[in-house]
Design a binder for this molecule. Structure first.
Ligand code: AN7
Length: 355
């Protein structure tokens, strides 16, 4: 396949996805994201394992949600739907509104007031979605959208829509197609738990098709203040700096537990401090800017490595789910303020250390 022929995930993985009439395929050429080998962090943390980053921030709207959205919106269009709706911590709303714009249908997005990163909000607005901020959290927004879609002719495009999961599983296909085998471990953030379920489905389907001989351990991480699966109960008021995964009652809870248990993996919690440390490390030591929720994967790897979880030779893939530019305020907040100097060479050289 040459790049010029790339047609998005529905075309590339048609053998594993529902079929659509060509005219109903709504794609912005999502997928085909790079698998980047760690150059510096791996050496430092554990030179006996291989670390790869699946950089999903390079999807058209800057997150992995586009893989599922192309399938969900193509299905909505095939069914004659004129509008879609989702609840979102930000990225689903960005993706839904872009794909709806491309399809020429309406989108409605319900978001928790003041709790979504500014880049994501700007996306929903610029793509023309009707953005409804609710005085509540994601879980409450999701239950509202489920009620509304039960009563009105409008398609729900959260990951409870099975077409979303179908699209998202293509990321595991890409990992295998790139490596030539399944990794020993696949590490993901867990919010509403759709993605870890989708990856696991993808790996299993590739194994059934004879494309891989083994399956990875699925290693999922939740933020400490929003870790219902780890705690074993709903978190009523979830909180974390990683707003993308500020979710207290994940819709795919059971599927995520199955993915963990069938694969022999873990789902654990990580503190906000450790999330932000990993976030800075990725930016400063690998040149990769992802959002805090995505960096939880590296924090999780560091945590497990600290108790010698990995075997020598293990290949670990970390999915960096969203682009750092989604959340510029957070990046600025944790960084050194830029200095301001008079406009002369001497002052500039002084800051550079060339006195
Ligand atoms: C960057 O956009 O739930 O466990 O409404 O944006 O499949 O929910 C986002 C989730 C990880 C968690 N990383 O994935 C939403 C939303 C990023 C995310 C997750 C999200 P799931």
């Amino acid at each position: 396949m040459t790049a010029i022929n790339y047609g998005g995930v529905i075309k590339r993985y048609s053998d594993f996805l529902p079929e659509f009439d060509e005219k109903n395929i709504i794609t912005i050429l999502e997928g085909n994201t790079p698998l980047i080998k760690s150059r510096n962090i791996g050496k430092k943390i554990n030179p006996h394992i291989e670390i790869y980053f699946k950089y999903e921030g390079l999807n058209p709207t800057g997150s992995f949600k586009d893989r599922g959205m192309t399938v969900a919106v193509s299905k909505a269009v095939s069914d004659g739907s004129k509008a879609i709706i989702c609840a979102s911590t930000g990225n689903t709303s960005a993706s839904a509104s872009a794909y709806a714009a491309r399809a020429g249908i309406k989108s409605f997005v319900l978001i928790p007031e003041g709790k979504i990163a500014s880049g994501k909000l700007s996306q929903a607005l610029v793509h023309g979605a009707t953005v409804i901020q609710i005085k509540g959290n994601f879980d409450e927004a999701l239950s509202l959208t489920r009620e509304i879609t039960g009563e009105y002719e409008i398609t729900l495009v959260n990951s409870v829509n099975p077409y979303r999961v179908e699209g998202q599983k293509t990321a595991s296909f890409e990992v295998v197609d790139e490596l030539g085998f399944a990794p020993a471990c696949h590490i993901l953030p867990v919010g509403n738990a759709g993605n870890i379920s989708a990856y696991w489905k993808g790996y299993r389907e590739y194994k059934d098709a004879g494309n891989i001989g083994s399956l990875p351990k699925m290693l999922g991480f939740q933020a400490e203040g929003a870790a219902p699966i780890v705690l074993g109960h709903v978190v009523k008021e979830p909180h974390t700096v990683a707003t993308a995964i500020r979710i207290g009652n994940p819709a795919s809870w059971k599927k995520a537990v199955l993915a963990r248990d069938e694969s022999g993996g873990v789902i654990e919690a990580i503190s906000d401090d450790d999330i932000l440390k990993a976030y800075s490390m990725l930016a400063q030591e690998e040149g990769i800017f992802c959002e805090p929720a995505s960096a939880i994967t590296l924090a999780g790897l560091i945590k497990l490595n600290g108790r010698n979880y990995f075997n020598n030779g293990d290949v670990c893939v970390l999915t960096l789910t969203g682009h750092g530019l989604k959340d510029p305020n957070n990046a600025i907040k944790i960084s050194k303020e830029p200095v301001v100097v008079p406009c002369d060479k001497k002052s500039v050289l002084k800051v550079m250390g060339f006195n």
